[in-house]
Design a protein around this ligand. Structure first.
Ligand code: PLP
Length: 375
């Protein structure tokens, strides 16, 4: 297999199910079925009449139209239901790109957003978020990179792993840059609904027709185990995606679609609940970092529940994270999962319970102090 190992997923495979405290994941606290039902107000008895029919290639009509109502002004022709946004990313990178195409992708970024294109023989150019400027997006730099008219520009705001975002004015500039270059604009909206200081940004459609948007229930809703996501794209591209998924997964289970439709129809309530919870934890993390400037520093995230924390005394956070997982049963994700340049960083997820976050941070503090004493 000549595709690069998905380092973050491999790390999760090793440790996610073996730890007691998760301060590494990028999603908010997952809901129990009872909590989910309480927010949405449905009964499990409603499933009694469900028939285990096949669903449809683009998603069953109930979920697809609920998603279209929320995201595309009711236009179902631009909406496809997928197995997590992961499936959408995979399909799009195969069908909107050809070997030799240039793709501009943020750096750092969720690996699937660049390595599928690289595997397909595309030329991947990285748009660097500068650590010395709090990972703020530099639109002038993007304009410079787009002068070569890349086939695709791939962004994700609020961003995994830094939580950085852009303003509405910068989003308009981004769209203008993509339009001038004639590029596909891929907008990964995984954390789009969960912001702190500013209102969530709109998706770039209908402002820009050549936009492709990925969404998911895994991050801002606390429904990671549902494995449902969605994609908006021009109908012609979705039609080709339907042909490719005939070889993979065909369609999403109607059982999952039932729950996902409940989630979309009650999305504002679910996200409001999760945002209150995440805002509280975010403050715990800000305080924790402020109390130990010699050990850790970061720019508080504008959205999502992941922060990219630099540990100046730790040249190899992978070793530290491994020790944390194996000796203290705490999950933290080493920055190296996002590239070698980030070895002294870790992705710190603050979406879990406050108790879990506090317990995980206590153990992290202990390991960092032990390591500092050793050197
Ligand atoms: C930025 C981003 N996009 C997409 C995904 C894929 O998520 P899912 O397949 O659960 O929808 C992730 C998962 O971590 C992510 O961080």
């Amino acid at each position: 297999m000549d595709i690069a190992v998905a380092a973050l997923e491999a790390w999760m495979r090793d440790y996610y199910h073996k730890v007691d405290h998760d301060i590494g994941s990028s999603g908010v606290r997952d809901l129990t079925m009872a909590e989910f039902r309480a927010v949405c107000g449905f009964e499990l008895g409603q499933l009694e009449t469900m028939i285990f029919h096949d669903s449809e290639s683009y998603g069953g009509p109930g979920l697809r139209s609920a998603l279209a109502d929320r995201w595309t002004g009711g236009d179902v022709d631009r909406m496809m239901v997928t197995h997590g946004s992961s499936e959408a990313i995979y399909l799009v990178m195969h069908l909107a790109l050809e070997p030799g195409d240039e793709v501009v992708v943020l750096d750092p970024a969720y690996q699937q957003l660049h390595d599928i294109a690289a595997w397909r023989g595309c030329r991947v150019t990285r748009w660097r978020l500068d650590p010395d400027h709090g990972f703020a997006a530099d639109l002038a730099e993007l304009r410079r990179l787009a002068a070569t008219r890349p086939r695709m520009i791939v962004v994700n705001f609020p961003h995994n792993p830094t939580g950085t975002s852009i303003t509405a004015a910068q989003q308009r500039e981004l769209i203008a840059i993509a339009a001038e270059a004639g590029s596909w604009l891929v907008w990964d909206h995984a954390f789009g609904e969960l912001t702190y200081a500013a209102d969530p940004l709109p998706i770039p459609w209908p402002a820009y027709d050549r936009s492709i948007v990925f969404g998911t229930f895994s991050k801002s809703y606390g429904l990671a185990g549902l494995r449902v996501g969605w994609c908006t794209a021009p109908p012609g591209l979705l039609a080709r995606m339907a042909l490719l998924r005939d070889y993979i997964a065909l369609y999403v289970s109607p059982v999952l679609e039932f729950f996902a439709e409940q989630a979309v129809r009650h999305a504002d309530r679910i996200v409001a609940l999760q945002r209150d919870h995440a805002r509280h934890n975010r403050q715990l993390l800000i305080d924790w970092v402020a109390e130990r400037p010699e050990l850790a520093r970061f720019t508080p995230p504008a959205g999502g529940v992941a922060a990219f924390v630099e540990f100046p005394g730790q040249p190899d956070m992978e070793r530290t994270c491994r020790r944390l997982a194996e000796e203290h049963k705490v999950l933290l994700v080493p920055g190296s999962c996002f590239g070698e340049a980030y070895r002294s960083y870790a992705r710190l997820g603050f979406g879990g319970t406050a108790e879990e976050l506090t317990a995980g941070l206590d153990r992290l503090d202990q390991v960092l102090r032990e390591d500092a004493g050793r050197t």
